[in-house]
Design a protein around this ligand. Structure first.
Ligand code: TYD
Length: 210
């Protein structure tokens, strides 16, 4: 197994990750609201972003466009570069004193893009980006996640298939173990609880009590 070298963690930067259907989007919104309730300025963001590269990526995820898997990995990295270093980006927001909460980050690239291209290559394309201060991994089985995705009754996206979810789950676990010794604080959350339950687990880890 490879050793991953990313840039050192930046303070006040929180990332939520997990399989499609595990609830990162809901939990990101709840956490930012909680931060505000506690008098902390929060900033909610996500990847892929709403910028032009992110919008193109979404059209690939919705199967309206098709690109080579390596191109997709490059696109996610390019979208991320703007997101981290660009105008109003993550660095700027943290420097303005905000607590940035991000729904998915390069851990998603490591988990999803390495389905089709070499894991180390994906890691290499993401070596430019800082680790977050906190990584919350919402751990829920591929079967449960896929059932939730299908119960939405929407057209499934590129990666929303059980066989793929199982491989993505294994890739996430590989990253968690490779990054265990990093300076980032990693918190694995039991995703089987209610929305409130999961929110409380996250708040507890961050010492948010208001
Ligand atoms: P998701 O976060 O579920 O957003 P939405 O519900 O709005 O579609 O979808 C993003 C998808 O993109 C998800 O399947 C994970 C995938 N993804 C990657 O493959 N690589 C990445 O680097 C990121 C950030 C996401």
């Amino acid at each position: 197994m490879s050793l991953i070298s990313f840039k050192k963690p930046i303070k006040n930067f929180i990332v939520l990750e997990g399989l499609d259907g595990c609830g990162t989007t809901t939990q990101t919104a709840l956490l930012v609201k909680k931060l505000e309730d506690c008098g902390i300025k929060g900033y909610s963001t996500k990847e892929p972003t709403d910028g032009s590269i992110g919008r193109f990526i979404r059209s690939v995820l919705q199967k309206k466009e098709s690109v080579d898997p390596f191109t997709l990995a490059l696109l996610f990295s390019a979208d991320r570069n703007e997101h981290v270093y660009g105008k109003n980006g993550i660095i700027e927001q943290t420097q303005a004193g905000k607590m940035v909460v991000c729904d998915r980050y390069f851990f998603s690239s490591l988990a999803y893009q390495s389905l089709f291209i070499d894991y180390d290559t994906v890691a290499d394309l993401n070596r430019f980006y800082p680790l977050p201060e906190y990584l919350f991994y919402i751990d829920l089985s591929p079967e449960e996640c896929q059932a939730r995705v299908e119960s939405r009754g929407e057209e499934t996206e590129l990666f929303e298939h059980l066989e793929l979810q199982r491989k993505i789950d294994a890739n996430y676990k590989k990253s968690l173990s490779l990054l265990a010794a990093s300076e980032m604080k990693t918190v694995v959350i039991d995703g089987r609880g209610s929305i409130e339950d999961i929110h409380n687990q996250i708040c507890k880890a961050l010492d948010l009590t208001a």
